[in-house]
Write a protein that binds this ligand. Structure first.
Ligand code: IPE
Ligand code: IPE
Ligand code: MG
Length: 233
């Protein structure tokens, strides 16, 4: 099968990684950030076109306030520290998710990082923060309904292309390979529409332990798949 064009990852297991070391959950999230840096570098080196990382879900807002606050702080400081390097390596960084729920501080960092890297032609890196697959679909439906109400679109004329084009990942190929670390085998409301035909790979490793060799194992798994898309071999 060769290499996936687009990889989507649920970076799970930070808290358990920390607990196994007698550390606070936050230490796991910090270690997870190191794993993000390694993963982005490795994907860039391997010539992957697009990488979409699930960093914080719509449902994660229900975690204790202190954990949410520290995670949001970690996103701000990660942007402050990483954007130079990402920009220099040609990464185009974008965030997907309900931005309205984020702090003004984080929103302005995100806008600046997106603007700064918008013209880059290397890895397209999407970070999902305050993202949910159902939220994404609801937003897209609202947009299309608005087009209909304004008389610019006929309900009967709506196609899969219209729906795909109204979602956060519009313009990107669907993920070819989905990876979830941390041992759970579920989608947890990640990219519901876009994962329709994605190859699913689950690793029992906690995200902070997911290194370049682990990623290569996932790529090898992908390389062995026969993608039929409903046809016969
Ligand atoms: C994933 O790790 C990161 C986020 C959801 C923010 P977790 O924090 O879910 O770690 P576990 O699953 O509790 O080990
Ligand atoms: C999914 O992990 C979300 C992210 C990794 C950002 P969770 O840890 O929130 O998922 P559940 O609760 O185990 O399904
Ligand atoms: Mg988890």
């Amino acid at each position: 099968m060769g290499l996936p064009r687009h990889i989507a990852i649920i970076m799970d297991g930070n808290g358990r990684w920390a607990a196994a070391r007698g550390l606070a959950r936050h230490a796991g999230h910090k270690a997870g950030l190191e794993a993000v840096r390694r993963c982005v570098e490795h994907c860039s080196q391997r010539g992957i076109e697009a990488l979409t990382l699930f960093a914080f879900s719509s449902e994660n807002w229900q975690r204790p306030g202190a954990e949410v606050a520290r995670l949001m702080g970690l996103f701000v400081s990660a942007l402050d520290r990483e954007v130079d390097r990402l920009d220099a390596s040609g990464v185009r960084l974008r965030f997907i998710g309900a931005r309205a729920r984020l702090s003004a501080r984080l929103k302005s960092r995100i806008a600046a990082a997106e603007q700064r890297t918008a013209a880059n032609r290397g890895l397209a890196l999407q970070v999902a923060v305050s993202y949910g697959g159902r939220w994404d679909i609801v937003e897209g439906v609202r947009r299309l309904a608005g087009e209909c109400a304004a008389g610019r679109l006929e309900p009967r004329a709506i196609t899969e292309q219209h729906v795909a084009g109204a979602l956060e990942l519009a313009g990107l190929p669907d993920p070819d390979l989905f990876i979830r670390t941390g041992g759970e085998r579920r989608i947890s409301n990640f990219l519901l529409w876009n994962l329709a035909y994605t190859e699913l790979y689950f690793s029992d490793r906690y995200w902070p332990d997911f290194d370049a060799a682990s990623l290569d194992e996932a790529l090898a798994f992908y390389g062995e798949r026969e993608r039929r898309f409903g046809r016969v071999a």
